[in-house]
Design a protein around this ligand. Sequence first.
Ligand code: A3D
Length: 321
Amino acid sequence: MARNKIALIGAGQIGGTLALLAGMKALGDIVLFDVAEGVPEGKALDLAELTPVEGFDAAYAGASSYDAIAGADVVIVTAGVARKPGMSRDDLLAINLKVMEQVGAGVRKYAPDAFVICITNPLDAMVWALQRSSGLPPEKVVGMAGVLDSARLRYFLAEEFGVSVEDVTAFVMGGHGDTMVPLVRYSTVGGIPVPDLIRMGWTSEERIAAIVQRTRDGGAEIVNLLKSGSAFYAPAASAIAMAESYLRDKKRVLPVAALLDGEYGLRDIYVGVPAVIGARGVERIVEVELDRSERAMFDRSVAAVEGLVEACLKIAPGLGK
Ligand code: A3D
């Protein structure tokens, strides 16, 4: 059976890590695409030289021309500018919107059957722009944010309780940004919801509130430490989990930015929701019940995403229907 083909648009910090993880997980052959001269070729060669040491067979190629992604099964997009200290995700909008239009045109022409995962920030607006400019079906174009945000929440909860990260599930909805909605009620340790653990005296409301805030600020915490660039290991691993669920038809239930079509009473907007990811892409969006305060947080988050999409439409009115 021929190996799958994975195209990585953007061969920067996340792109390089994606290429390493995709190879190590035997997901397929990998093409790194970037506009930075020599970078995709250099990273591809370095990674190819790692394969005999690690003992896996994957072809790595670097390219700066879109025909190299022809026939890709999965396209993961990190192209654009990363956040610098003091810069909000929203500041990135105008620059990265232009990049999404170029990437969308490349994907439309060379990889129209791919499952496309967008990571470029501001995430919920960029994935929307990518779907519009590529013209691919919405169930084949998703954004990665919730897997990362919930991984951060899982890690912090595991630390708080002194338990394995494997036994902690966590749930983050909404847009990727300061208004994300971490749902403590749907987060569990060994199946026990966090509010029950508070009642059992394992932790306090205040400590959980602090963990929720740290999750919301998770991206900025790393930006401030790194000084240049933003998180890349965990974002890459999160997108790889989504790609793997698609390629292997695992039907994992993952929080992803998906285009809503009536779910949660919303239409035509990308926002983070739990979804089943399988061979058909987004196979089902899970509509969980939100209580009044959760719904209010979700609505605030949706309003923030709507604001970003409006800003995109001002810059590129052609993306509107
Ligand atoms: P970085 O290391 O700068 O890589 C971006 C790459 O994109 C660079 O190599 C650029 O040369 C390349 N690039 C720029 N313009 C183009 C273009 N027109 N076509 C092709 N390639 C281009 O950044 P990174 O890998 O650290 O981050 C990539 C993106 O992910 C940024 O927008 C981050 O803000 C975003 N990000 C999102 C999350 C989420 O959870 C959503 C987390 C972390 C980072």
